[in-house]
Design a protein around this ligand. Structure first.
Ligand code: HEM
Length: 526
C-alpha cells in the first residue's frame, strides 16, 4: 500500500503529540517542586542546565550543590524542573525502598549501550540485577589480593619513568598525565589482562578512544536526550548507516571510538578464550597472569556471550580510569599543598617498610589496610573531592520521597515529603552529602585527614548517609553502587605509597586554588 503524503504528515503529527504529552503532563504536576529553594533561572528556554554541566564552571555547580539546603530546585530547559537531593532520608529511600522507581535515565543507558554495548551502565531493572550478580564475584577481596603484585609492578614502572623524566631536583613534571597513564595501565592489566604499552608512550588507539569519549559526548549531549525516541522509531541497522552518511563530525567520531574499542576488546577476548581452551597454564603466562577480571569471569561462567563481555570490558575500563586517576592526582596535589601531611605520611610509610625491614613488594593487601594515616588521607580526599559530584536518576512513576529536613510549601510551611512526578530527573547530590556542615561539622569544607584518626562526631553516624565507604556517598550505595570501589582504593594505596617514598611533591610557585577540571599538574621532584 502506497503511503500518501497526508498519512505521512498525520504520522509525524501523531509522533510529535505523543512525544510532547508526557513532558507537558509532568510540568503540570511539578507545581510543588517549584517551591523548593534553588538558583534563579536566567531563561525559560535553557534553565540552568548548561551552566550546571559546564566543565569550565565548577564553582557555579559546587555553589548550587551546597548553598540551597538538602533539596535544590534545578530549572531545566522549557520550564521542566529537576531536583538535586542531599537529604540522607530521601536518598536512602531512592536507593532502598524505591530503588525500582528511581532508575538511570533511559537516554543515559541508551547512549552507553549504543557506544559500548551491554555493560552494567547500559542495562536497567532485572537485566541489570542479573549482570551485577554475574560480575560481583570477580570483584571479591580474594581476587584483589592476587592483583596487588601487579599493581606493585606498575607502580614501580611509574616511579622509574618519573625518575627518568626528572633526573634533577626541582624538575617540573606533568604528574597528572603520568597518573592517568598509570591508572589505565593498572586497570588494563588487572581488568582486561591487556597492556596499553609503556607508561612513557602516549598509549594505543584504544586508550585514546577511551579518553576522547567524554569530550565527544559533551558535543552530543543535547542530542542524546532524543536517542530513546529515535531508537524506538528506526531499526538499529538504519541508525548505524546514518552514522556513516550524516555530515556530522561529532557523531562520526563517536562511531570511530565505538568501533575502535569494540575491535580491540574482541581481539583481547578471542585470545583469552583461546588461552582458556589451552588450559590454566597458558592463561597464567598472559599479561594479566590469569588474575584479571575478564579471565576470572570466563572461568566463572564460560557461557557469557562475547557481546556482553565486550560491553563489560569497555564500561569497566571507562568507569575505572578517569575516576581513579582524578582521585590520585588530587591526593598528590593536596600533599604538595600540605607539606606537614606529606612528611607525616612519609614517616608512616618509611616505618612500615625500611623501619620494619620490609621492601615494598612485601606489603600485601592486609598490610596496606594497616596504614592509618594513608587511610585517613584517602578517606578525606574521597569525601571532599568526589570525582562524580552528582548521579542522575529518573522517576519511572509518580513517587513520594520522605525528607529528613523539610522544605517550604506554597504557604511557607515546612513540608516533610516531596511529590516527584513520573519523568522528573532527580540528581543524587554526592557533593552536598559529603560536605554537609550539619553532618560533618563547621569545618566540612576543609581537608583534614586528622578527623579520621579520632572517633567521628555522632552527627556523622546519626545522619545514616547511604554509603559503602567511610560514610561518604562518593561510591554511592544501593543496587548501582560502584562495583570497583575496593579496586580503586587498592590502586590508590599502592601508587601513593610508591610515589611518596620516592619523591617529594611541592606546589609550583604560581599555585593558586585548584579546580577539579584544572588540577595543577606539574610538581617539582627531587
Ligand atoms: C575513585 C574511583 C571511583 C569512583 C569515585 C567511582 C564512583 C562511582 C559511582 C558514584 C558510581 C555510581 C554511578 C551511578 O549509578 O550513577 C559508580 C558506578 C560504577 N563504577 Fe565506579 N568509581 C570509581 C572507580 C571504579 C573502578 C576502579 C571500577 C572498575 C574496576 C568502577 C566501575 C564501576 C561500574 C562498572 C559502575 C556501574 C555499576 C552499576 O551500574 O551497577 N569504578 N562508580
Amino acid at each position: 500500500m502506497a503511503i500518501t503524503s497526508a498519512s505521512f504528515i498525520a504520522l509525524i503529527c501523531a509522533l510529535v503529540v505523543l512525544s510532547i504529552l508526557p513532558p507537558v503532563r509532568r510540568r503540570l504536576k511539578q507545581r510543588s517542586l517549584r517551591n523548593v529553594p534553588g538558583p534563579i533561572s536566567p531563561s525559560f528556554w535553557t534553565g540552568i542546565a548548561k551552566e550546571l554541566h559546564s566543565p569550565f564552571d565548577m564553582r557555579f555547580r559546587e555553589h548550587v550543590l551546597t548553598s540551597y539546603g538538602r533539596a535544590v530546585r534545578i530549572a531545566m530547559p522549557l520550564g521542566d524542573v529537576a531536583i538535586a537531593l542531599s537529604d540522607p532520608v530521601a536518598v536512602g529511600t531512592m536507593l532502598g525502598r524505591h530503588r525500582e522507581v528511581f532508575e538511570l535515565p533511559v537516554w543515559f543507558s541508551e547512549t552507553m549501550n549504543a557506544v559500548w554495548g551491554p555493560g552494567l551502565m547500559s542495562v536497567q531493572g532485572k537485566e541489570h540485577s542479573l549482570q551485577r550478580r554475574l560480575l560481583n564475584p570477580a570483584f571479591a577481596v580474594r581476587h584483589l589480593r592476587d592483583m596487588v603484585p601487579i599493581f606493585n609492578r606498575v607502580s614501580k614502572e611509574l616511579v622509574d619513568v618519573l625518575r627518568k623524566e626528572a633526573p634533577e631536583p626541582g624538575t617540573e613534571v606533568d604528574i597528572a598525565q603520568y597518573l592517568s597513564r598509570y591508572t589505565l595501565e593498572s586497570i588494563g592489566r588487572t581488568g582486561l589482562g591487556y597492556t596499553f604499552g609503556s607508561l612513557e608512550s602516549h598509549g594505543t588507539d584504544y586508550s585514546r578512544a577511551l579518553k576522547e569519549f567524554g569530550p565527544t559526548l559533551m558535543r552530543l549531549h543535547h542530542w542524546r536526550l532524543y536517542l530513546p525516541l529515535v531508537r524506538r522509531i528506526f531499526p538499529r541497522s538504519w541508525l548505524r548507516w546514518a552514522t556513516e552518511v550524516l555530515p556530522w563530525a561529532a557523531l562520526r567520531h563517536m562511531r570511530g571510538i565505538s568501533d575502535n574499542v569494540y575491535m580491540t576488546s574482541l581481539e583481547v577476548l578471542q585470545r583469552k578464550r583461546e588461552l582458556l581452551k589451552q588450559g590454566d597454564e597458558s592463561l597464567s603466562s598472559d599479561i594479566g597472569e590469569g588474575k584479571d577480571l575478564i579471565s576470572i569471569l570466563l572461568r566463572l561462567d564460560a557461557t557469557v556471550s562475547d557481546e556482553n563481555l565486550i560491553g563489560h570490558m569497555s564500561l569497566l575500563t571507562l568507569g575505572a580510569t578517569d575516576t581513579t586517576s582524578t582521585m590520585l592526582s588530587r591526593v598528590i596535589e593536596l600533599l604538595a599543598r600540605h607539606p606537614d601531611a606529606q612528611g607525616k605520611l612519609r614517616r608512616e610509610l618509611t616505618e612500615a617498610t625500611a623501619g620494619a625491614g620490609r621492601s615494598l613488594a612485601d606489603i600485601d593487601y592486609e598490610a596496606y589496610l594497616n596504614l592509618p594515616y594513608l587511610d585517613a588521607i584517602i578517606r578525606e580526599t574521597v569525601r571532599l573531592y568526589p570525582p562524580l559530584q552528582i548521579a542522575p536518576r529518573v522517576a519511572e512513576s509518580d513517587a513520594v520521597l520522605p525528607l529528613g529536613t523539610p522544605v517550604p510549601d506554597a504557604q511557607g510551611q515546612p513540608c516533610h515529603e516531596l511529590f516527584i512526578p513520573a519523568g522528573t530527573i532527580v540528581w543524587i547530590n554526592i557533593f552536598g552529602l559529603n560536605r554537609d556542615k550539619d553532618t560533618w561539622g563547621p569545618d566540612a569544607n576543609e581537608w583534614k585527614p586528622e578527623r579520621w584518626l579520632a572517633p567521628l562526631p555522632p552527627s556523622v553516624s546519626d545522619a545514616h548517609i547511604p554509603s559503602i565507604y567511610a560514610h561518604t556517598a562518593s561510591f554511592l550505595a544501593g543496587p548501582r553502587a560502584c562495583i570497583g570501589y575496593n579496586m580503586a582504593l587498592t590502586v590508590m594505596r599502592i601508587a601513593i605509597t610508591h610515589l611518596v617514598l620516592s619523591f617529594d611533591f611541592a606546589r609550583r610557585s604560581y599555585g593558586g586554588t585548584a579546580e577539579l577540571s584544572r588540577l595543577p599538574s606539574k610538581a617539582p621532584l627531587p
